[in-house]
Design a protein around this ligand. Structure first.
Ligand code: ADP
Ligand code: MG
Length: 575
């Protein structure tokens, strides 16, 4: 049990004792002033140092006139000494104010939270040991999450930890965690976003390590297209086809929308069969839309039979031959899932170029490189979320497949997956399950959400709880006003004990009674109004800690990041 938030017995000063000590201190001060006035005043007056008589003798000597007060010189000396004492006290206050500068209103709570051995596994030494044990080839022992409020020591996440961070909009998720962790990553990095902030900041510094690939089918950052990716290269069998169809479903279905058990699953199966047929025949993904709009075209059935997928071919044939109403329903659902295939701008990124040649992104090569892939999309009408999600899953699965071939079944150079704005851009239903085993493969996932309910919208209440518990690092950075979530957080941070004194007066006598009381370390309102620059870290095996965030602006490579942002904004020359 932690000891810094527990007090065994009341043992403080009583009110009477405080009065007695105060009186004694004033008497000693008067004694010291009298002595200084006499000694220094006599020195000033006679230009000869008097003997170093002890202060009591001086006081009594002055009282019984066996010593003479040096008159005006004595008062000058008392004044000088008093001024010097005031100077010392003022310097003390100034020093104290300096130390408290930059402190936030919640910082006092840090002394009741994890300190010393309670948080041993968050320290640099532990991260370095883990990196050595795993044989990780990296310049840094782990990913820095922030600094301890109390000591300023850096807190690390090791190369086998996975993170989930919840914080409201504009609380500094991207500035303090996403960008710094991408820049510290030793190997490939996959990032998702719905803004251009990440790609702009990391493009410069990361291009020194490898190629920076920006996947921008929705023109989030007006990235000119210099490469393309074939989603069907992911579809190597029926399982992958099912998964890809599942990504289309996840990205296009509003979590609160009414579900239709039959049509939803039949539509998804139809898309899966068509994806498999197109992949087997080496056709572009846009062919799916043609087949959906021409249900009588039996070519996909033939392809599936040619490649010995008879059962799937039978299922597809049954859809094609279904009674009109049923077929319309199934095809309408499938078309809803595949709406992105009608988006010409997005389709340029996932189809071979009409003219000339562009390099084709290869997930297997990417996971063996030190490249960076930033995948961007926006929610809402015309969203290319399905493509972003499919690319994220394809790359992560390629990393897993590669890890399996390596000694220990893990990547020596871990791959970092930063899923910023995960609930908007990367609604990956399998994520809670993947969290439990990707750490051991050297695939480090960081998921960023704006609130607990946003996560519930994607993974459901049970899935979100699973994700939260499977992550061994959970961060809260403020800006959330969901009472249930904040109450749970406050409960996890726990309580501290403090001493309470009650003073009573009865029949002319005063009595004082000291008792121990308990209070929450961080209350719900403290958490709701957590100031910018502070984050609360819950991690497995450690007591909760309060951290100072570390925005990229305070990194040693801040100039390179700023230059990269200036370049992206076209202000490189002026800067
Ligand atoms: N600790 C911080 N120090 C300085 N600026 C910060 C800090 N945290 C956030 N900011 C600024 O706040 C704004 C929003 O931050 P951002 O990281 O985009 O938030 P989020 O990703 O949580 O929406 C940015 O302009 C960023 O520069
Ligand atoms: Mg952000």
């Amino acid at each position: 049990m932690a000891t810094n938030n527990r007090r065994k017995q009341p043992n403080g000063l009583s009110d009477q004792n405080i009065l007695i000590f105060g009186g004694v201190a004033i008497a000693l001060l008067a004694l010291a002033l009298a002595w200084c006035g006499w000694w220094l005043g006599t020195l000033l007056k006679t230009h000869a140092a008097p003997p170093m008589t002890n202060p009591y003798r001086v006081a009594f000597g002055l009282a019984d006139r066996s010593l003479t007060w040096p008159g005006f010189y004595g008062w000058i000396a008392v004044g000088l000494v008093a001024v010097a004492m005031c100077g010392v006290v003022a310097a003390g206050f100034w020093f104290y104010a300096q130390r408290r500068r930059g402190r936030s209103r919640v910082d006092d709570a840090a002394k009741h939270m994890g300190v010393g051995r309670d948080i041993e596994s968050l320290r640099e030494r532990h991260a370095a040991e883990v990196a050595k044990r795993l044989g990780v080839q990296a310049d840094t022992p782990g990913i820095v999450l922030g600094r301890l409020v109390a000591s300023g020591a850096k807190v690390y996440m090791t190369w086998e930890d996975l993170l989930i961070a919840i914080a409201g909009p504009r609380t500094g998720k991207t500035t303090c965690l996403v960008i710094p962790s991408i820049l510290d990553a030793p190997g490939p990095v996959l990032a998702t976003s719905n803004k251009r902030d990440i790609i702009d900041a990391v493009r410069g510094p990361r291009s020194c390590k490898g190629t920076v690939w920006a996947f921008d089918p929705q023109q989030v950052c007006d990235e000119p297209q210099t490469w393309w990716w074939n989603p069907l290269s992911y579809v190597t069998d029926e399982t992958k086809a099912d998964k890809l169809a599942g990504y289309f479903m996840a990205a296009t279905t509003d979590p609160d929308a009414r579900k239709d058990a039959f049509f939803d699953s039949a539509g998804q199966n139809l898309v899966s069969a068509l994806l498999l047929a197109a992949a087997l025949d080496g056709l572009p993904i846009t062919r799916i839309w043609h087949w959906l709009t021409h249900p009588n075209d039996r070519r996909p059935v033939d392809i599936l039979i040619e490649h010995e997928y008879e059962q799937i071919a039978d299922g597809l044939e049954a859809d094609i031959d279904a009674p009109d109403k049923q077929r319309q329903g199934v095809y309408a659902t499938a078309m809803r899932l595949c709406r992105v295939l009608t988006n010409r701008r997005a389709m340029r990124w996932v189809n071979p170029p009409a003219e000339g040649t562009l390099p084709c992104f290869d997930a297997a090569a990417f996971v063996r490189s030190d490249d960076t892939l930033c995948s961007m999309s926006r929610e809402g009408e015309g969203s290319a979320g399905a493509l972003t999600l499919a690319l994220t899953a394809a790359v992560t699965e390629a990393a897993e497949a590669y890890a399996r071939t390596l000694p220990g079944g893990r990547l020596q150079k871990p791959m970092l997956n930063v899923l910023d704005e995960a609930a908007n851009v990367c609604r990956w239903r399998d994520l809670p399950d993947l969290y439990s085993h990707y750490g051991s493969r050297g695939i480090i996932i960081e998921t960023f959400l704006q609130s607990w309910s946003q996560g519930e919208g994607v993974w459901g209440a049970a899935g979100m709880k699973k994700l939260w518990s499977a992550a061994n690092m959970s961060l809260y950075m403020g800006g959330v006003r969901e009472e249930g979530f904040l109450r749970d957080m406050s409960g996890l941070v726990g309580e501290y004990e403090y001493r309470q004194r009650q003073v009573g007066f009865q029949q002319g006598h005063s009595s004082s009674n000291v008792s121990n009381s308990r209070d929450t370390i961080l209350s719900i309102d403290d958490l709701a109004s957590l100031p910018r620059g502070r984050e609360l870290l819950l991690s497995s095996g450690n007591r909760p800690v309060l951290l100072k965030t570390m925005p990229w602006m305070r990194r040693a490579d801040a100039d390179a990041i700023q230059a990269s942002i200036n370049d992206a904004n076209g202000t490189g020359d002026e800067a």
